[in-house]
Design a protein. Sequence first.
Length: 608
Amino acid sequence: MPAPHSPAQPRPEYPRPQFVREAWLNLNGEWQFELDRADTGLERGLCDRELTDTITVPFCPESTLSGIGETDFLEAVWYRRTVTVPAEWTDSRILLHFGAVDHDTTVWANDVEVARHRGGFTPFTADLADVARPGEELAIVVRARDTRHGPQARGKQATWYANTHCNYTRTTGIWQTVWLEPVPRAVALKRPRITPDLASGTFFLDLPLTGNAPGHRIRVTLEDEHGTVAEAVTRADLDLSPRLALPVPEDRRRVWSPDDPHLYGLTFEVLDAEGRSVDRVTSYTGLRSVSIDGKRLLLNGEPVFQRLVLDQGYYPDGLMTAPSDADLVRDIELGLAAGFNGARLHQKVFEERYLYHADRLGYLVWGEFGDWGCEVGVRDDNQRPDASYVTQWLEAVERDYSHPSVIGWCPLNETYQHLHDRITQLDDVTHAMFLATKQADGTRPVIDASGYAHRVPETDVYDSHSYEQDPAAFAKQMRGLAENRPYLNTGPDGRTWSVPYQGQPYFCSEFGGIWWDAKAAAETAGDERDSSWGYGERPRTAQEFIDRFTGLTGVLLDDPDMFGYCYTQLTDVFQERNGVYHFDRSEKVDTTVLRDAQLRPAAFESSN
């Protein structure tokens, strides 16, 4: 049975909604905690004693919701919690899951080291094997290091003490749900890969297992609101990852789209030689396709103009962690209310429940890694590309592969480096991340790097970023796409940093960023104390903001060769006051006006 939750427990919902087992134990809530500013805690015995403070998990210590609120640099932090493993979890292996811990993590259970993980955006699991036993106490200790000295993908986390420009308060340590799960000792399902094939009306399923046993089988059942749609069985005793095709009868086929985000339910069962169910997992999926036809990026074979908004996924009190599941839903609803049909999930790997809500609400998303502006040889900046980027990014792609709302991948963002006749580490990492993504997922387009330096000639999608604020100048900038001479980002010396454009689907994936905060403008007009910022000259009135927004979006909506855009951004974030909404998610202007400006017909959708 599901573990009971206290009404006061933070983030009580199941954290992995596309791979659900009935039994689990949420470990969010109060943990012992201690700062370790010099990272000497292991030598000082923090692993072996009670800690001096408490923290509310899954909120990071920099956030107010954690109860700590320490925003200085934290070299290392420690957590401790003792729990009782449910007595009914007999004959099970116990898994300890972490949704995300920033950045370099070591985990001990009952004084035994059980896991190490590098990377602040992706999940990992500690197999407690015989360390944890049903009905007995389990002492969990976690050390998270967040050094400024080694290479680290951190996204928009500030490298200075305070926030500035578009760098935000840092996140250290646990920032997503921690939980325990029992799985069968002999044979258990790992996470399936669900691949829709719209052309044949079939779902292709990869079903990895922890092992094999004679006579075992896997049964998969597909359901809709009327009951069972299809069922199939395959052997589980020959391969570590059996494959199964699950055709959908023609009269039960229903395509997932923004207009009709239909989801089928899935049940996976491992059956033993006697036909008894020894492992059972529920999931869901959507039947849809993404394809490329010249400059056209198609959804289900049709042009759907992508009215995307840049979503940073930050919250005033939770930082990178949403205060509640309802906050994740609200952000999608705010985007839809303003006329957007999707988002670039910018510079962090969003928690998986966001994708669940995007799936069910029909919100298109591009998955992205947190590595803004990474380059080699820059002093005082440890966001430098190395092999760990590829490792962490593949963890993100694997986690999110089966979500129908994800329609593209963006491994890198705004990499800065001139093209020249010597291959650099950035060239190698960019190409590696692109090739690794294509190997991990051949069903979605991949953009090698969003904006500035396109270094992979075979990139599926080409783009640019422009924060030109004058609609007329913006139109002039963008008009070359019709002649295969699209706008390209250049360096300070005016030279392009990208390989030549070869006719790929093209969009302006960052624009707008209009600096507008009526209250700040009224209080600090012309005052040097105004630390807020955005792009271009701040509008003087709300109507001027609306006119500029309408003009800029109209340039791209009227371009028949432009498959979409991404407007910067959904909300203000701290000092960055260029959102459609304030940081607290309140309205800046009447969003129905913004929605009406965007929802007029786009030239791309009617072009041949």
